[in-house]
Design a protein around this ligand. Sequence first.
Ligand code: DON
Length: 565
Amino acid sequence: MIRLASVFCLLLCLNSCKTHPVEVSKPTFGLIANKAMVVSARAEASRIGVAILKKGGNAFDAMMATEMALAVSYPFAGNLGGGGFMVYRMADGTVGALDYREKAPKAAFKNMYLDASGEVQPEKSQLGALAVGVPGTVAGIFEAHKKFGTLPIQDILSPVIHLAQKGYVVTEKQQRRFTNYRELFLTVNKDTIPYAKDIIAGDTIKNIALATTLQALIDKGRDGFYKGAVAEKLVNHLQENGGILTLDDLASYKAVWRKPVQFTYKDLTVISMSPPSSGGTCLAQIMKMIEPYDIKQYGHNQEKTIQLLTEAERRAYADRSYYLGDPDFVTIPLDTLISATYLGKRMQNFNFERATPSVEVSHGKLPGYESDETTHYSIVDQFGNTISVTTTLNGAYGSKLYNIELGFFLNNEMDDFSSKPGVPNMFGLIGAEANAIAPEKRMLSSMTPTIVEKNNKLWMSVGTPGGSTIITSVLQTILNVSEFDMTMQDAVNAPRFHHQWLPDVVIFEPNAFDQELLKNLKNKGYTIDQQESQIIGKVDGILVREDGTLEGGADKRGDDTAMGF
Ligand code: DON
């Protein structure tokens, strides 16, 4: 029940506007800028990020400012109480990735969300203090800044503190989301939290408590969050509400530099997030499976394109479910999983005549192998460095547990673990042993912050929220530009569809796909769902155009905004 409600809310809150087919003949361009750009879910955050760049800061300085400005103005997903992933590409072409994903508290254990009869209790991993993983965001922004930042923390965070004190103006879409979650805020929090009040579009929301927490970051760096007064307030609050997170959990949290997944697709080189996110691996699997086909000739959102993508997605998500988890805990045969030979074999039983039922697809056999809410922002700076960052509290406003003293929501990322093999989580994803709960383990993610090169030069930075639909939304956006010659803005606006092996349905954004085409797919054995799937992803990206200028793609499904100079 709670799972269905979450999926519904996720879809509702991603937006309520309808999508229409894009007229490719009349391209829509997003913001064009000469040197630098930030695209994020809120104008306030993009503006503050760009101001840092204008001041001479680089993409990593702007990351800290943008991430914290989202925590102020987009509490739906922007956060201090969550985690995320960042993929970067420096101006000289070197690439890397930062994992600041939450992890399970030390007192967590495999069956912690099962009742006495062994049934999963989804509300425990989704609502309130027991759902909270050790937050990674503050460690992430400080780690990125330590390695690459150039401006003093004070210069970066002061404009954010000013925003928290001065307040931000609530948009229509935000009002709808606050209203949708009001009851859950009241259920989870003992005290009435500011966001449970009657908030309407046009209201100004200030967050003085968060301004004070941010000041602690200026004064004490990452320790201002993971140790001392803020840590104590956080742990006391969690424990009073039945949580298991301790001061030791906070003090020992570390963000980790990872090697990104890197692969080629035709003339592109794609650099994306490695485990503990499944994003880059699944994206690589899907793109390598479809690479031998002439998708350009099939056409955008046409029958053969939809079939090909769906079948590749089916096989990739089946592998995700079996093989992927925290690389610090499980051995992942990554090179094999993304090799053209293995993936060619995976597609051997595919044909355009009939759907392959998901019951007939399980994870591939590898010889020798033992066995709503998130937000994305992309930044290109004036020095040619690029970052792609996806950050999340997991569900909308995370666990809904809000710390009034500190001014932020706590994540419910523990639901991204597989509470029990074969039982779907709130995104309908099924997991196995590789993603079982263990102390200090990171839960598997679908976040797919991605950077794409063409001819060894930066070409695109892209990503999106959307739980399990993240991977397929990033995929379609890249293909929209590379195969179907769309502008960045048209590519993010274009209607999307999604498949994830189980459940065995293909979801389509409603009123955006030709009914005849959907009927043909049904006849071939595909189960079509347009009801529950109003919005798939909310993509933000930046494209480097042939003349070297930047085009922002800010998804019309949200309040997303591109700014640049
Ligand atoms: O890491 C993940 O895959 C999920 N926690 C992401 C959640 C999400 O995207 C919700 N947003 N719509």
